[in-house]
Design a protein around this ligand. Structure first.
Ligand code: AMP
Length: 197
């Protein structure tokens, strides 16, 4: 295996994955892969993929696995010289997690660690509604869609916690507090793991 730093930033919608990813990728010089951002860019560009994905996004459902897996693989392959990647909002199902492991192994890489942000549901809802006001994201403005996204997270995404725990890669991180406090906790996890490896 090579020594790239490949981090999965894990957590429910509104946990702060996007905000913390931006800070981490600047600090550790990593490449950001946010499947949500890619899908929104496709939608904005009016591509067929973007239009198809929009039907799922609007309802708070997951876009089919093969679509997002293909997108991620394309970005990883486009950046062979990256120091590593931050996966944000991916994987979201066990099938995506297994596909990511396989894809990275094929390229001589692996996941270094999975940092799971812990935030309670009341705070998540507050943050999403606040973000909805600022960003105009429709899926952040409607409480029924937000509730569905939590349901999908609990049913389809949270099993990945056990998946990565079994691999000994999961670290839980307190996701309540200021942006800088949480960033500091994440950096501590990354730096400690880098020292022991
Ligand atoms: P996000 O910006 O990560 O909250 O993603 C917004 C929406 O994009 C989600 O509610 C899903 O509809 C879709 N999406 C993003 N990432 C994935 C993924 N890994 N698998 C399936 N759907 C995704």
């Amino acid at each position: 295996m090579n020594n790239k730093l490949n981090i999965i930033l894990f957590g429910p919608p509104g946990a702060g994955k996007g905000t913390q990813s931006e800070k981490l990728l600047a600090h550790y010089q990593l490449k950001h892969i946010s499947t949500g951002d890619i899908l929104r860019a496709e939608r904005k560009a009016g591509t067929e993929l973007g239009q198809q994905a929009n039907a799922y996004i609007e309802k708070g459902e997951l876009v089919p696995d093969h679509v997002v897996i293909g997108m991620v693989e394309q970005v990883v392959r486009q950046h062979p010289d990256a120091r590593g990647f931050i996966f944000d909002g991916f994987p979201r199902t066990e099938a995506q997690g297994a596909a990511l492991d396989q894809m990275l192994e094929h390229l001589g890489m692996n996941i270094s660690m999975v940092l799971a942000l812990q935030v309670d549901e009341e705070e998540l809802t507050r943050r999403l509604l606040e973000r909805g006001k600022l960003s105009g994201r429709a899926d952040d403005q409607d409480e029924a869609t937000i509730r569905n996204r939590f349901r999908v997270y609990n049913n389809e995404t949270s099993p990945l916690i056990a998946f990565y725990e079994k691999q000994g890669k999961l670290q839980q991180v307190q996701g309540m507090g200021s942006v800088d406090e949480i960033f500091y906790s994440l950096c501590r996890c990354i730096d400690n793991a880098s020292e022991t490896h």
